[in-house]
Design a protein around this ligand. Structure first.
Ligand code: ADP
Length: 197
């Protein structure tokens, strides 16, 4: 699913955030990227999301050569990914339901199908009763469950999560990790960056 060869990323101020990283993640694996703050975990996720490009080396995801993707290919490539952030990144002016269905709307999925699929994933994270709430009405754990529903609504082959439990207490963190484990049990490859060993 993911293969890097001698991958390096040098930001402008001259320090390597990643240096000579070679790794393989097989389809269906659940992988943790661990290490202290500054180790380069977010950088690797940003490279995988093509928010940044490598300075050197090779990077392949699901058959895509990420060093060579054009801008339109990047859009297409990202449609096969789910991404979960530490700070949830929900749209504050949209309801829970709209935050999730929006992904499908952008992809041109017909409205009836959007509703069915969004409801299905919201039910799966146990928040079908909050579909008309706004993110500000929800706890941190609930917001992260919505973010997971959003990441999964398009049935991605690969889910990337950057410190998904960073803003949550231990019980809620466990709940979120259990959801990700379920996602993985369904065959989805999951990569989680965390400093929380
Ligand atoms: P982690 O996620 O493990 O905390 P990061 O990937 O965020 O690590 O950062 C790795 C290194 O790259 C750090 O030294 C950080 O300061 C540096 N870095 C991260 N992003 C940038 C950037 N946009 N510009 C310059 N340096 C950066």
């Amino acid at each position: 699913m993911i293969e890097t060869q001698h991958l390096s990323k040098l930001y402008s101020r001259g320090l390597y955030a990643l240096q000579d990283l070679s790794l393989t993640v097989e389809k269906g694996e659940f992988v943790f990227l661990t290490g202290p703050s500054g180790a380069g975990k977010s950088t690797l996720l940003r490279l995988l999301l093509v928010q940044e490009r490598p300075t050197e080396g090779e990077l392949f995801v699901n058959g895509h050569d990420l060093t060579r993707l054009s801008r339109s290919d990047v859009q297409e490539y990202r449609r096969g990914l789910g991404f979960i952030f530490q700070d949830f990144k929900l749209i504050p002016t949209r309801t829970v339901f709209e935050n999730v269905a929006f992904v499908l709307e952008v992809l041109g999925v017909p409205p009836g199908q959007q509703r069915r699929r969004a409801f299905q994933v919201l039910k799966w994270v146990g928040l079908q009763h909050r579909i008309n709430a706004y993110p500000r009405d929800l706890s941190g754990g609930e917001q992260q469950r919505i973010a997971i529903a959003r990441a999964l609504v398009n049935d991605p082959a690969l889910v990337l999560a950057d410190e998904p439990t960073g803003n949550l207490d231990p019980d809620l963190s466990l709940e979120i990790m259990n959801l990700l484990r379920e996602v993985n049990a369904g065959g989805t490859t999951v990569v989680v960056a965390t400093h929380d060993r």
